[in-house]
Design a protein around this ligand. Structure first.
Ligand code: HEM
Length: 80
């Protein structure tokens, strides 16, 4: 996966949402919508925690680079 370099702005639609699979979204819809910017903003800390610990998604844990990209997006103020 191509990742924006340091200093490049990270956007939800462009960079974050594509990291979630349809299966992830459907599995988690009862709790939040991973394809929805506002929902991911609201639950961002819990989501990144679950990903970082490897608890979620339980069938295919994210590589550290993907978790780091999500964290950089959070640190940048979670822009759309
Ligand atoms: C606050 C963060 C999260 C919590 C507390 C959480 C919790 C859970 C729970 C309790 C289940 C089981 C549901 C059931 O058995 O019906 C589940 C399933 C699942 N979750 Fe999450 N989840 C979180 C974030 C995520 C994220 C960020 C992803 C993907 C990027 C994800 C992907 C999945 C998938 C794919 C399943 C179905 C089981 C499987 O992995 O095959 N979840 N989640």
């Amino acid at each position: 996966m191509t990742q924006p370099g340091r200093g490049t702005p990270i956007g939800f639609e462009q960079d974050i949402r594509p990291m979630f699979r349809t299966k992830d979204r459907e599995s988690m819809l009862k709790a939040f919508d991973l394809f929805d910017h506002a929902d991911v903003v609201k639950h961002a800390d819990a989501i990144v925690g679950a990903l970082r610990s490897g608890q979620m998604p339980c069938d295919d844990p994210w590589p550290a680079a993907q978790v780091d990209l999500l964290q950089r997006w959070i640190d940048a103020g979670k822009p759309a």
